[in-house]
Write a protein that binds this ligand. Structure first.
Ligand SMILES: *Cc1c(COP(=O)(O)O)cnc(C)c1O
Length: 403
């Protein structure tokens, strides 16, 4: 199968039937302004050079593509390479996108950036980049999440960001999103809304994908150099979907490269127990197309269309919707989506720690668990790239309860 990689999204921000722009009238003009500013930046050599230099000197790119010899031997299946996004400044891939959008905000003359955050990882990455670029930074966070993630709240404040607690509703991420949207509508002339994954209204899913696709661009070149051919499989975890599409995108035109996105299977297949939006074939229930946060995509919802509660041991995967480009790749069968349980992810984290000396974030431990489940069915002469999206320091409390 071949895919016209460059043609998605179309002019209306659609990936097949998914994506688009479902927003109040007041946000249409700002999104159009963003779209044209981004098109100009993309074509501007100076912007690209600035982006490249900040990714290199501030974030630590390129990240290594490491052959995992002991993990490979341990699993006895395909040969495994790890793309080491965990080695980046702030410990995960999120910084790639924050640097890109931070530079875009500065270029647009917006001196104030706002963001919303659940577990705080995106808030910390945003606050980090805002400090580096001298931008004012406001992060919205549900007060329930603030209680659970005190250390990240402290990090953001230390970096000079204002953290605004949101008391509304369940006092978690979706309430913080509403509050950030309200701020943006009110202050749109001076303010840039920095979105954290391939979600939201057009053009965000495309912008975030482009900034994260540096992962796959590097990995493809590094792999060709090491092996003289293309990999057989790519594995990545899927929360909103940014690290996975970042790895997949550059390989979409390579028909022989299979792609597997691994979602959070939580503690069961019933609605409310998991955050698996594209794994219905594996028995995970409750996902169907709908609109959330300005985009049309697969959303976990109740029979009467209320957004469902979700569960995952990993905060970064615990979200009811998925990026619209993934919904489209799933429909076409170009990428395959599966889900693994909390327990499988914890086991995988321990396996990686003991075989390779790397403690992974629980998010990408899901990707490894997905690979472990599958490894026996993959030939030994095949080769896999696994995206190690982040390091596990932030998950020590959960891991220590388990081990
Ligand atoms: C936030 C996060 C994720 C999930 O987000 P995506 O947009 O799906 O990549 C995955 N891994 C880590 C380490 C994260 O911090």
């Amino acid at each position: 199968m071949s895919i016209a990689v460059q043609s998605v999204p179309d002019a209306r921000g659609r990936f097949g039937p998914y994506g688009g722009r479902y927003v109040p009238e007041t946000l249409v003009a700002p999104l159009e302004e963003l779209e044209s500013a981004y098109a100009e930046a993309r074509a501007d050599k100076d912007f690209q050079a600035e982006l490249e230099s900040m990714l290199r000197d501030f974030a630590g790119r390129p990240t290594p593509l490491q052959f995992a010899a002991r993990l490979t031997e341990h699993l006895g299946g395909p040969r495994i390479y790890l793309k080491r996004e965990d080695l980046l400044h702030t410990g995960a891939h999120k910084i790639n996108n924050c640097i890109g959008q931070g530079l875009l905000a500065a270029r647009m003359g917006k001196r104030r950036v706002i963001a919303e955050t659940g577990a705080g990882q995106h808030g910390v990455a945003t606050a980090t980049v805002a400090a580096r670029l001298g931008l004012e930074c406001v992060v919205y966070m549900g007060t329930e999440d603030m209680d659970r993630q005190r250390l990240n709240v402290f990090r953001m404040r230390l970096l000079g960001a204002e953290v605004v607690g949101v008391e509304a509703g369940s006092r978690t991420l979706k309430d913080a999103i509403n509050e950030a949207m309200r701020d943006w509508v009110t202050n749109v002339r001076t303010t840039y809304y920095l979105l954290g994954s391939v979600l939201g209204a057009h053009p965000y899913p495309r912008i975030v994908r482009d900034f994260q696709s540096v992962i796959g661009r590097e990995a493809r070149a590094q792999f060709l150099k090491a092996e003289g051919r293309l990999p057989d499989f790519l594995f990545a975890c899927v929360g909103g979907g940014s690290n996975s599409i970042g790895l997949f995108y550059e390989f979409l035109g390579d028909a022989g490269v299979k792609m597997v996105g691994v979602e959070a299977g939580g503690r069961g297949t019933r609605l409310g127990e998991h955050a698996a939006r594209l794994a219905a074939a594996r028995g995970f229930s409750g996902a169907r197309p709908g609109v959330l946060q300005g985009t049309y995509t697969y959303v976990l919802q109740t029979g009467d269309g209320q957004i469902a509660t979700t569960h995952s041991i990993s905060a970064g995967l615990d979200y009811p919707a998925i990026g619209p480009e993934h919904a489209w790749l799933a429909d076409q069968g170009r990428a395959e989506y599966t889900a693994v349980s909390d327990d499988a992810a914890l086991d995988a984290a321990r396996t990686l720690a003991r075989t390779e000396g790397i403690i992974p974030a629980l998010e990408c431990a899901h990707a490894l668990a997905g690979l472990i489940e599958r490894a026996a069915k993959i030939n030994r002469d095949q080769i896999v790239i696994l995206n190690l999206s982040g390091r596990g320091d932030k998950d020590m409390e959960i891991l220590s309860r388990y081990v």
